[in-house]
Structures are given as structure tokens and as C-alpha cells.
Design a protein around this ligand. Structure first.
Ligand SMILES: Nc1ncnc2c1ncn2[C@@H]1O[C@H](COP(=O)(O)OP(=O)(O)OP(=O)(O)O)[C@@H](O)[C@H]1O
Length: 327
């Protein structure tokens, strides 16, 4: 990677699968040493982007450089300089943790003279040194993911790609995986490019790009994105959502939607607004919640939906397509 150059540089990157334009001309650059997150609902184009950056998929258009190398013209150089941890585990269950790493070291041409030390180093980093002799199939879900992270680091990559590194893990294990990721950033001077659809995880990233339907709709630090929303979010559960939405529009000029079972809208100062609203409404209120902007609100302000609603409608669409196919 040229000194001071970006760790990942993407320019007009596009991927089409037949009629589906999964990634629609995206641009961004990741600085060396950054934890950069790609946040978006299922189907937004996150995996397709990561697969192009890792040279597993050829872009339809545009270009990308990883660790200074072009993902199409310099594939082998890119591959030597990246580590991968994907959603689906690819460990060999019949090998021990240590054997899995040894196998990978050979595959990546890690010099024999340093292999043993390096294996010890990465296994200690993810707290698996004591369990190195056990078969990988006897590891818990969190241990397997930690072993995969260790494996992804073995050949000292410049950029580590993590595709949904904590998906399917319990909150405690997710937190501990994150501890390792943050530790890595300082210990290995590595750039981390990760995808997630967990809002709380995106908060750990130095910067995040929000991707929706193949386009980057926002890119900044989590703090700056939240500050950009500015307004508080109010959620009200009522006996008659339609009347409340109409009242908000007529009397206060506010646009509200029903999201995740509550009438949801944004105002500049929530605490001051709620008493005024209550004085005006004749509809019974079951609950009210006022919250400072979160990444959820950022997502909503750029896409008009919450990430969970977007995923629910994506899976509903898929169910309908499956049903139609089955007919
Ligand atoms: N090999 C393929 N052939 C056809 N369409 C594809 C292919 N891979 C992905 N797509 C489509 O491209 C779009 C983006 O998919 P992608 O997997 O990149 O999304 P994602 O954001 O990573 O979601 P997830 O978190 O569910 O993996 C989707 O509409 C998907 O159906």
C-alpha cells in the first residue's frame, strides 16, 4: 500500500446480476487503521461489495483498489494482503483449532520459520491457546468465530474483511468479539472493513457507510451522522393511529408514520413538544417515548424506514416470491 494512501479505494463500483443492479456505482475510501462499517438491511448490497473487494466477484463497472492493488488487474496481490471472515463458517471440524491454522498457513505460504510463533500469537489474541488441541467441531459458536478471526489474521494481512462477524451470536459473545476487533486495531495496525446490520455494532466503527438498495446514502462517523439528524424521535402508541397522524399533520405540520407498531415522528425538542401534543389530542395514549437521535434515526432519515422494517419487508417479498414459484 503506498504510504499514506487509502487502504480501500472504491470508484463507481457497480455489480449487476442480470436485471438486478445489486451495487449501483458506489464511491468511498477507507483510511489505513480505520474500522470502517457497511451498514444496511439484508439485500442492500453489502456482501456483493465485500465480495468484489476480496476479488471473489468481478465488478460490472467501476474500479476498486485494496491495499494499493487493483481488484481486477492485481488479484493475487490483493489476496495476499487481505484476511477474510465470512458469515458461513469454513473451519474444518475434524481438525483441531491449531491444525486449522497450520493448514491455512501453508495455503497462504506463511514461511515455516515463523508459522509456530504466529499461530501462538493469534490464538492467544483470541483466547484460544488453551483449547488449541481440541477439534473445532467441539467449539462453541463464539469460539468458532474467534478461531476464524485468528485464521484471517495469520498471514498478517493489511486489510481484514469481516462479513457480519457476529451474526447469530448471543449478545455477550458479540461484545467479546468486538473487544478482540478493537484490540486488533491497535495490536496489528490493520484496517478493518466490516458489514453489519446491527445498529449497536455500527457504533463501534470509526466511520460507517449506510447502504440501501445498492447505493451509499450516508457516510461519516457515527457521532456526526447522529448530530446531523438533530431532532428527537417520538414514538406514541395510541388507540387510533390514523387520527393521531392526521392531527400531527393538521395542527403541527408534522409528518408521522407507523413504524414497529408505534406512531413515529421527529421534532426539535421532544420534552417541550409532548405536553403540547397531549393537550391537543382527544385519542387515548397507551405509551410515549422520547429519544435522542440514534443510528436507527439516521437510517430512517436517509431511507424513510427502520432497518428492521426494511428487513421485514425484504423477507416478506422473498416469501411471496417463493410462494409464487411454488405455484
Ligand atoms: N449471485 C447472485 N445472483 C443474483 N442476484 C444476486 C446474487 N448475489 C446477490 N444478488 C442480489 O443482489 C442484491 C444484494 O445482495 P447482497 O447479498 O449483496 O446483500 P446484503 O446487503 O449483503 O444482504 P445480506 O446481509 O442478506 O447478505 C440482492 O437483491 C440479492 O438478491
Amino acid at each position: 500500500m503506498p504510504d499514506g494512501g487509502p487502504a480501500v479505494e472504491v470508484d463507481g463500483l457497480t455489480k449487476r446480476f442480470g436485471d438486478v443492479e445489486a451495487v449501483r456505482g458506489i464511491d468511498f475510501a477507507v483510511r489505513p487503521g480505520e474500522i470502517f462499517g457497511f451498514l444496511g438491511p439484508n439485500g442492500a448490497g453489502k456482501s456483493t461489495t465485500i465480495n468484489m473487494l476480496c476479488t471473489l466477484l468481478r465488478p460490472s463497472d467501476g474500479s476498486a483498489r485494496v491495499a494499493g492493488f487493483d481488484v481486477v488487474r492485481e488479484r493475487d496481490d490483493v489476496r495476499r494482503n487481505i484476511g477474510l471472515v465470512f458469515q458461513d463458517p469454513t473451519l474444518d471440524g475434524y481438525l483441531s483449532g491449531e491444525q486449522n491454522l497450520r493448514f491455512h498457513a501453508e495455503l497462504y505460504g506463511v514461511p515455516r520459520s515463523v508459522t509456530a510463533d504466529r499461530i501462538r500469537q493469534v490464538l492467544e489474541m483470541v483466547n484460544l491457546w488453551d483449547r488449541r488441541g481440541d477439534l473445532a467441531q467441539t467449539y462453541s459458536g463464539g469460539m468458532k468465530r474467534r478461531l476464524e478471526i485468528a485464521r484471517g489474521l495469520l498471514h498478517s494481512p493489511r486489510v481484514l474483511f469481516l462479513d457480519e462477524p457476529t451474526v447469530g451470536l448471543d449478545p455477550q459473545t458479540r461484545a467479546s468479539i468486538w473487544e478482540y476487533i478493537r484490540h486488533l486495531q491497535s495490536a496489528e495496525e490493520i484496517t478493518i472493513f466490516m458489514t453489519t446490520h446491527y445498529m449497536d455494532e455500527a457504533e463501534y466503527c470509526d466511520r460507517i457507510a449506510i447502504i440501501d438498495s445498492g447505493r451509499i446514502v450516508a457516510l461519516d462517523t457515527p457521532e456526526a451522522l447522529k448530530a446531523g439528524v438533530g431532532e428527537d424521535r417520538i414514538r406514541i402508541q395510541t388507540a387510533d393511529d390514523e387520527t393521531v397522524i392526521a392531527a400531527l399533520k393538521d395542527r403541527f405540520g408534522l409528518e408521522a408514520v407507523v413504524s414497529e407498531g408505534a406512531v413515529t415522528f421527529s421534532v426539535a425538542s421532544g420534552e417541550a413538544f409532548v405536553p403540547r401534543l397531549f393537550a391537543e389530542l382527544s385519542v387515548p395514549i397507551k405509551s410515549v417515548n422520547v429519544a435522542r437521535p440514534s443510528l436507527d434515526d439516521v437510517f430512517m432519515s436517509f431511507t424513510g424506514t427502520t432497518i428492521r422494517d426494511a428487513e421485514a419487508s425484504a423477507s416478506e417479498g422473498m416469501r411471496m416470491a417463493m410462494r409464487a414459484k411454488g405455484r
